[in-house]
Ligand binder design. Structure first.
Ligand SMILES: O=C(O)[C@H]1O[C@H](OP(=O)(O)OP(=O)(O)OC[C@H]2O[C@@H](n3ccc(=O)[nH]c3=O)[C@H](O)[C@@H]2O)[C@H](O)[C@@H](O)[C@@H]1O
Length: 429
C-alpha cells in the first residue's frame, strides 16, 4: 500500500515538465518547483490533518452523542447523590445488563448514589436493556449511554462526581459467542477494562473497584469444589481467558497505583430480567414456542452441571464486596501505600445438571420440552462448576439462600409476565 508520502510525491517526477535549455532558469525553476511542491505538500498535509481532525471530532461526537452539557451534568450529579449516612456513590458500568440493573436498584434502594453507564450493544435484544433502563430511571437512576473505551467520557464522569466506588459489570459475556466474535471480548474485557482502570488510577480521590470475573477462569480444573487458590491457568474459552487476563491486569493496577480491587467469580447467574443468551432463558423461550432444545452432554454421556446462582444472592455478594472493599491509597496516579486486592467465588455450592434444570423448567412452565441431546462440541464449555464460597462468607458473610427450584419459579413468573403470556401478573422487580 502506498504511504501518504508516496501519494504526495509520485515516484515519476518526469511528469513535471522542466525547461532544460536554461540551466539558470532550470535551477531557479527547480528550486521554485521544489518550493511549490513543498507548499503543496504542506497544504495537503494541513488539509489532511484538518479532515482527520474533523473525522476524529465526528467520531467522538458519535461516541459522545448522548452525553455532555449542563443538563446532562445535573442528571449525573443528582443520580450520584447519597441519601443515607455512611452511603457510597457508585459508578455502575453495564448498568442495564442483567446483574448491573439488579445491583443498581439494590444500591439505590438502600440510599446510595448510583450512576449507570452502558453502551446498549446488540449482543442480545437491546429492547430488554431499554426496559431495564426504564425501571432504573423510575427509581431515579440515570444511565449514561456510552462505552467504557471512551476515555473522555470516563474522565468527564469523574470530573462531575467523586465516585467512592466503581462496580464494573460491563463486559462481553457468554462462553460460546467467543468463537463467533473473538474481537468483542478483547475490546470490552481487556481494552475497556484497561481504559477504566486508567481513569480510576488518575482520579483524585481514587475509587475502590469491584468487578465481575467469572467461574469460567477455573477452566479445566478438576479439583472440587473450586477454591480461589486453585489453578486458573487452563482456560477453555477465549471468554475465560479474557476474564483471567482481567484478574492479572487488575492486580497490576492494584500493585502500581494502590487501587483497592475486588474481583468476583460469578457462577452461572440466573433470574428475572436475565440474559436471553443463557441456557435457562433460551430453553424457556423454546419450550413455550414448542421448539426443540439442545442439551449438551460430556464424554460417555455424562451430564453437564453448573452451580447455578440466583441473582438476589449475587446482588448481596456485590453489595457485601462494595461495603468491605477497603480504600484505594493513591491519588492522581501516585500510589501512597498498599491497598486490598481480593478475589471471591460467588456461587451457590449446589451444582445441578442441565437435564434437571430442564425438568424444573417443565414443571414451572407446565409444558414438556423437546429434548435433543448432543455431545458437547469443543466450543469452550466446561463439564461442571462448583464453588467453594468460604472466603466470601468469612470476609462479608456471603450466604446464598435460593435453590434452583425456587429461583427458576421466580424467573418463570417474570418471563410469562414480561413476554405477555400471563397478562394478569404484574410487571414488578
Ligand atoms: O458463571 C460463569 O462463569 C458463566 O456462566 C454463564 O456461562 P454458562 O455456565 O456456560 O451458562 P449457560 O450458557 O447458561 O449454560 C449453562 C449450561 O447449559 C449448557 N447448554 C447451553 C446452551 C445450550 O443450548 N445447551 C446446553 O446444554 C451449557 O453447556 C452449560 O453446561 C454465562 O453465560 C457466562 O457469562 C458466565 O461467565
Amino acid at each position: 500500500m502506498p504511504s501518504i508520502e508516496d501519494e504526495l510525491f509520485p515516484s515519476t517526477p518526469g511528469k513535471f515538465k522542466i525547461d532544460r535549455s536554461n540551466r539558470q532558469l532550470h535551477r531557479c525553476f527547480a528550486s521554485t518547483s521544489t518550493m511549490f511542491l513543498w507548499a503543496l505538500f504542506l497544504i495537503a498535509l494541513t488539509a489532511s490533518y484538518l479532515s482527520f481532525q474533523s473525522f476524529v471530532d465526528s467520531g467522538s461526537r458519535y461516541l459522545t452523542a448522548s452525553w455532555g452539557g449542563i443538563q446532562w451534568e445535573k442528571q449525573v450529579r443528582t443520580s450520584a447523590q447519597i441519601h443515607r449516612s455512611g452511603g457510597i456513590s457508585v459508578l455502575v458500568t453495564g448498568a442495564t445488563g442483567f446483574v448491573g440493573s439488579h445491583v443498581s436498584l439494590a444500591l439505590r434502594k438502600r440510599g446510595d448514589g448510583v450512576v449507570g453507564l452502558d453502551n446498549f450493544n446488540n449482543y442480545y435484544d437491546p429492547s430488554l436493556k431499554r426496559a431495564r433502563r426504564s425501571l432504573l430511571s423510575s427509581r431515579g437512576i440515570f444511565v449514561v449511554e456510552g462505552d467504557i473505551n471512551d476515555a473522555k467520557l470516563l474522565a468527564k464522569l469523574f470530573d462531575v462526581v467523586a465516585f467512592t466506588h466503581v462496580m464494573h459489570l460491563a463486559a462481553q459475556a457468554g462462553v460460546r459467542y467467543a468463537l463467533e466474535n473473538p474481537q468483542s471480548y478483547v475490546h470490552s474485557n481487556i481494552a475497556g477494562l484497561v481504559n477504566l482502570l486508567e481513569t480510576c488510577k488518575a482520579a483524585n480521590p481514587q475509587p475502590a473497584i469491584v468487578w465481575a470475573s467469572s467461574s469460567s477462569v477455573y477452566g479445566l480444573n478438576e479439583k472440587v469444589p473450586f477454591s480461589e487458590s486453585d489453578r486458573t491457568d487452563q482456560p477453555a474459552s477465549l471468554y475465560a481467558a479474557t476474564k483471567k487476563a482481567g484478574e492479572e491486569i487488575t492486580h497490576t493496577y492494584n500493585h502500581i497505583y494502590g487501587l483497592a480491587i475486588t474481583g468476583l467469580r460469578f457462577f452461572t447467574v440466573y433470574g428475572p430480567w436475565g440474559r436471553p443468551d443463557m441456557a435457562y432463558f433460551s430453553f424457556t423461550r423454546n419450550i413455550l414456542q414448542g421448539k426443540p432444545i439442545t442439551i449438551y452432554r460430556g464424554k460417555n454421556r455424562v451430564d453437564l452441571a453448573r452451580d447455578f446462582t440466583y441473582i438476589d444472592d449475587i446482588v448481596k455478594g456485590c453489595l457485601g464486596s462494595l461495603d468491605s472493599s477497603g480504600k484505594s491509597t493513591g491519588s492522581g496516579g501516585k500510589k501512597r501505600g498498599a491497598a486490598p486486592y481480593r478475589i471471591f467465588n460467588l456461587g451457590n455450592t449446589a451444582p445441578v445438571t442441565v437435564p434437571i434444570l430442564v425438568d424444573i423448567l417443565e414443571k414451572h412452565l407446565k409444558v414438556k420440552a423437546k429434548r435433543n441431546f448432543v455431545e458437547m462440541p469443543g466450543n469452550g464449555d466446561v463439564p461442571f462448576t462448583h464453588a467453594n464460597i468460604s472466603s466470601a462468607r468469612n470476609e462479608f458473610g456471603y450466604k446464598p439462600t435460593t435453590d434452583l427450584e425456587t429461583g427458576l419459579k421466580k424467573f418463570v413468573r417474570w418471563y410469562l409476565s414480561y413476554y405477555g403470556y400471563n397478562t394478569k401478573a404484574k410487571l414488578v422487580h
